[in-house]
Ligand binder design. Structure first.
Ligand code: MD3
Ligand code: FE
Length: 215
């Protein structure tokens, strides 16, 4: 009886945002301590850094990666690279809790068998924003992207297939997981400048993990 009620609640937490996009509110919360440990370990081996765009702008989001491939940008362009350009080392391996969480979330979002080979870690301090863009550096757009929001809340902008399409504002809070597949996979998206806030997960910052099958 109690179990049935609980299952209903879990089901009702999966909110479709639009075709192919499903929000799993608070899905990552049971794993927050393990996720915090894992993020700390990755950052120890591959520190967060502000990358430069091909246009010469320093990104306000600080980034690092783990997994077989890492997303990087520099003056020569955007790419997935098996090595951290700062150290020349391979990126840290994907922590088990990352792999499991990404695959469970993808299944809940309708994508069974998702095996990410790349995890981009983004850190937002207050004032940091991410302008409207598409994610097109991955090989296979039939594979979803899974995002995990941790720490202070952000307002996410979810647009359409054209840059000029009107964007919806979606608040993303600590533990929220979103699966972006199907038609949503190539929609424009971004993050509004982060407001000041307090959250113990990462000392007043927001951490976002995006899991991809890049190669
Ligand atoms: C919708 N990150 O790393 S996560 C990115 O909050 C990125 O750090 C944002 O956009 C962040 O590329 C947003 C949500 C997200 C990620 C990938 C998407 C939404 C997406 C790809 C297609 C459509
Ligand atoms: Fe993106």
């Amino acid at each position: 009886m109690t179990q049935d009620l609980f299952d209903d609640e879990v089901q009702s937490a999966a909110l479709p945002l639009g075709p192919g996009a499903v929000v799993l509110r608070r899905f990552a919360r049971p794993d927050e301590a393990a996720l915090q440990d894992a993020v700390r370990q990755v950052i120890e081996q591959a520190p967060l850094r502000h990358m430069v765009t091909p246009g010469g702008f320093r990104m306000s989001v600080a980034m690092t990666n783990c997994g077989d491939l890492g997303w990087v940008t520099d003056l020569t362009g955007y790419r997935y690279d098996p090595h951290d350009p700062e150290s020349g080392n391979p990126w840290p391996r994907l922590p088990d809790v990352f792999r499991r969480l990404a695959s469970e979330a993808a299944s809940q979002g309708g994508f069974d068998g998702f095996v990410p080979d790349a995890c981009l870690i983004n850190r937002y301090e207050p004032g940091t924003r991410l302008s409207l863009h598409q994610d097109r550096n991955e090989r296979d757009f039939s594979q979803p992207i899974v995002s995990v929001s941790l720490g202070i809340s952000a307002v996410f902008l979810f647009g359409g297939p054209k840059r000029s399409d009107k964007a919806r504002r979606v608040p993303l809070d600590h533990g929220d997981v979103v699966v972006w597949g199907g038609p949503a996979r190539l929609h424009y998206h971004g993050v509004l400048p982060l407001k000041e806030g307090t959250h113990l997960f990462w000392d007043g910052c927001r951490i976002n993990l995006t899991f991809r099958k890049a190669g």
